[in-house]
Write a protein that binds this ligand. Structure first.
Ligand code: SF4
Length: 118
């Protein structure tokens, strides 16, 4: 991902530190995405949400570290209607959650999907 697509969760930080001007409002355990949106470049979310987002789709991101000490973003998607939804509607069929094989939430780690930063 080249951060050419705008991410709906990327926002200017109120007190930017040098080189860290933007943060992730979906992030559970981090805020600054680093200089040049470095963590965003490892994140699967912009691709997932490039289509119109259902108002019931809930997105969280977590900062993870692999065995080699490299940081990457893991995304968790959930539906706030998951208890009662039937997943038979046209909108549900186009939702990224329809790919979840083991039920919700859907955890997407992008280690195998995109490059990770050192
Ligand atoms: S880490 Fe991912 S979800 Fe968060 S602002 Fe960056 S691209 Fe968006």
């Amino acid at each position: 991902m080249g951060m050419t697509e705008p991410c709906p969760f990327l926002e200017p930080m109120q007190r930017p530190a040098e080189g860290h001007t933007h943060g992730c409002k979906a992030g559970l355990n981090f805020y600054s995405v680093g200089p040049g949106y470095a963590l965003c470049r490892t994140c699967p979310v912009p691709k997932l949400v490039s289509e119109p987002i259902c108002e019931h789709l809930v997105v969280y991101t977590r900062l993870r570290t692999d065995a080699g000490g490299r940081r990457y973003i893991e995304a968790e998607l959930d539906c706030d209607l998951s208890a009662e939804m039937s997943a038979t509607g046209e909108r549900c069929e186009s939702c990224p959650l329809s790919r979840a094989e083991d039920g919700y939430p859907l955890i997407i780690d992008c280690l195998s999907r995109s490059s990770i930063i050192g």
